[in-house]
Ligand binder design. Structure first.
Ligand code: KG4
Length: 339
């Protein structure tokens, strides 16, 4: 089954063609990062307008690179939630038009299920059930993946996402948006002999799988501003390493609890923050200590892309999910909900 998939939930305009879910024939991603970097974060209205400008060319290039005729496409899959509402609507409207013109079904896809599905593309042997840790710029979720189209949320952030914490602390250290990757690289240059700076790692005894990153963000901002007011220097590499360690400790502790709770022997990471080297190392050690297998997709599949939407769309299609002409987009929606 050939699926044309569209992803426009945030600041990547992406299209892909996949065969039977797991085989990627093409994947085109136009990143708007340079546009938004000027403002220090994503400007929703600008993101929507840029999607409108780029979508046709990105989708055309995905079909051309796949080497298939448009008439061979069997379905169109599109991210319909969650994300920036205007951005989502551009992709959904485009996908509706494409499905109508091609006379094929339209499949609405949940963005988080897409991130999880990136693992199916990267690891052909991976099958549910397993634990998925979805860590991106907008989401931090610990998910029980019971089946391809059956995801239960075990816990997650109560405020900022892990990626948001990385990006905002990177900004205060002088890096342009998004900043997570630069912070990771800077952290790696910190001398091993210098102790890390204590940073908050809040826990919720009543909800051990929940986490919070807003306190970490505030602590780092205050630390940098106080040092500036006193005219004292900040050891940026050590601070960057301390941030990475704090985020990693919080994420790996929850993932460990979730593995124990579910009894699963498989842990899959997903989302842009899965590219963080401290998070990868921490998860690897935690999984190894429990004898669990760790799956981490390559960076190209961790960030937003449409191939993962095509894969999730395939499994949603098999589960009977279809969009009607009146399909709406939703800024917030749990992956437990169905379209
Ligand atoms: O999944 P993604 O592309 O977009 C969302 O759906 O949000 O994730 C982007 C996030 C950004 O916050 C970015 O800074 C972060 O992933 N990121 C990293 C690293 N690479 C990307 N954060 C920390 N360390 C990295 N190496």
């Amino acid at each position: 089954m050939l699926i044309l998939s569209i992803e426009t939930s945030c600041d990547e305009t992406a299209a892909a063609v996949t065969r039977d879910g797991r085989t990627v024939l093409s994947s085109s991603v136009y990143s708007q990062i340079a546009t938004h970097a000027e403002y220090g974060g994503v400007v929703p209205e600008i993101a929507s307008r840029r999607h409108v400008e780029k979508l046709c060319a990105v989708a055309d290039s995905a079909v051309a690179q796949a080497g298939v005729a448009k008439s061979e496409l069997d379905a169109v899959a599109v991210t319909a939630a969650p994300g920036l509402i205007g951005a989502l609507l551009t992709g959904l409207s485009f996908a509706k038009g494409a499905a109508l013109a091609l006379d094929v079904p339209l499949i609405p896809v949940h963005h988080i299920k897409g991130h999880i599905a990136a693992n199916y593309i990267a690891f052909p042997e991976l099958t549910p059930p397993f634990l998925a840790v979805v860590i991106s710029g907008g989401n931090t979720l610990f998910c029980d993946v019971r089946d391809y189209d059956d995801v239960r949320v075990l816990g997650g952030t109560r405020d900022d996402a892990a990626g948001e914490a990385f990006d905002k602390t990177a900004r205060v250290l002088g890096y342009p948006y998004p900043g997570g990757r630069e912070l990771d690289e800077l952290a790696r240059t910190a001398p091993a002999g210098v102790p890390s700076i204590p940073l908050p790692r809040p826990a919720f005894p009543d909800a051990p799988l929940d986490c919070s990153f807003s306190g970490l963000k505030t602590a780092v901002v205050n630390l940098v501003h106080t040092a500036a007011q006193k005219g004292e220097p900040v050891d940026a590499p050590v601070l960057a390493r301390s941030i990475c360690e704090a985020v990693t400790d919080v994420l790996t502790a929850r993932a460990g609890i979730a593995l124990d709770l579910t009894g699963y022997g498989k842990l899959a990471l997903a989302g842009g923050v899965a590219a963080n080297s401290f998070v990868r190392d921490g998860m690897r050690a935690m999984a190894a200590a429990r004898g669990a297998a760790l799956f981490v997709p390559p960076p190209s599949l961790c960030g937003d892309n449409a191939a993962m939407i095509g894969c999730a769309g395939y499994y949603a299609f098999l589960a009977g999910v279809r969009a009607s002409a009146g399909q709406n987009a939703y800024a917030t929606m749990s992956p437990e909900e169905r379209f």
